[in-house]
Write a protein that binds this ligand. Structure first.
Ligand SMILES: Nc1ncnc2c1ncn2[C@@H]1O[C@H](COP(=O)(O)OP(=O)(O)OP(=O)(O)O)[C@@H](O)[C@H]1O
Ligand SMILES: [Mg+2]
Length: 302
């Protein structure tokens, strides 16, 4: 479990974080979403113990990052936004070096290296220099390193950016597996669509402040597109018909159907079959995901 409690941080005059609090429970994937510069990476660096907060604390499985840093840090695997490695090392050698640093014997470290590099799809690249690795390969390598010691908590910072579809599918799969195994996973991104498919809850941050926390179901509901239907006449019968498919708003001859419970084509078919003359039938983009994101970020009511 990851608990962020009242964390604040300034860089000179920039308030990067202002009393940020939220938690990631065991067996839960939480998306951490906000625009560039919102404070995601700063929060994450504080949570993994590489940056001290000005105020507040982070607890990893109950251990304070400030007061019990070694215990706290050993219980969280971190894949940084831009992983930096010793470029001239070969992957397996460097992995072995890092794993011995974390307390494994050299032979155990090497064995674990082979196993984890295989698991992240780098088995064939184990003896290649890290300087020859692509961005996606570096992220996979960082993932393998974060898995040393099989920590019960994981933090991924913008891990999907720059990955190809195969890489994205791979990281999604691994996050899902971690969740099934009861780990707490925090997953940052500036793209809501990316996070929505993977997280059970999403914490929104803007300018250093948490601006909303929603479950994936709430987001799906808030973001579901509305259907705008213009008819020749709107009578009670057509209102009753459309109410079966969602909540409706009527103004003159136009009906806006929110949270549609059926495929739009099915709704159109029903209208036509019942003899209504449909003049316009349009899926309105007004509530789709990115729009919702902008509204949340601006602090508008959703
Ligand atoms: N080391 C630093 N020195 C000065 N300012 C910093 C430093 N690190 C972060 N900041 C500032 O703190 C704010 C938050 O930055 P942060 O990197 O946490 O944002 P982010 O949400 O991760 O953004 P992105 O989506 O671009 O990765 C920004 O205004 C940034 O310029
Ligand atoms: Mg960042």
């Amino acid at each position: 479990m990851i608990e962020i409690r009242g964390v604040s941080k300034r860089f000179g005059r920039v308030v990067a974080l202002d009393r940020v609090s939220f938690e990631v429970r065991n067996g839960e994937v939480v998306g951490y979403v906000g625009p560039n510069g919102a404070g995601k990476t700063t929060t994450i660096r504080i949570a993994v113990g590489v940056l001290p907060p000005d105020a507040g604390d982070v607890y990893i499985d109950g251990y304070s990052v400030l007061r019990e840093k070694t215990l706290a840090s050993s219980r969280v695997g971190w894949v940084p936004e831009s992983p930096i490695f010793e470029q001239e090392f070969k992957a397996l050698d460097y992995f072995t070096y890092l794993a011995t640093y974390k307390g494994l014997s050299p032979s155990d470290a090497r064995r674990l290296g082979r196993e984890l590099l295989n698991e992240v799809g780098l088995g064939d690249a184990a003896n290649r220099k890290l300087s020859t690795f692509s961005q996606g390969m570096k992220k996979r390598f960082a993932l393998a390193v974060s898995m040393i010691g099989d920590p019960p908590n994981f933090i991924f910072d913008e891990v999907l950016s720059g990955l190809d579809p195969q890489g994205i599918a791979f990281f999604r799969g691994i996050v899902e597996e971690f969740r099934r195994r009861g780990k707490a996973v925090l997953f940052s991104s500036h793209i809501l669509t990316e996070v929505q498919m993977i997280a059970q809850r999403v914490v929104f941050i803007n300018r250093g402040r948490i601006v909303g926390v929603y479950t994936a179901d709430e987001i799906a509901r808030l973001a579901s597109p509305a259907i705008r239907i213009r008819l020749k006449h709107v009578d009670e019968n057509v209102k009753n018909l459309l109410t079966r498919f969602g909540s409706i708003e009527v103004s003159e001859n136009t009906v806006i159907l929110r949270e549609p419970r059926a495929e739009p084509s099915k709704i159109l078919e029903e209208l036509v079959k019942s003899g209504y003359s449909v003049e316009e039938f349009r899926i309105s983009e007004e509530r789709c995901l990115e729009e919702l994101f902008m509204k949340l970020i601006k602090g508008e009511k959703v």
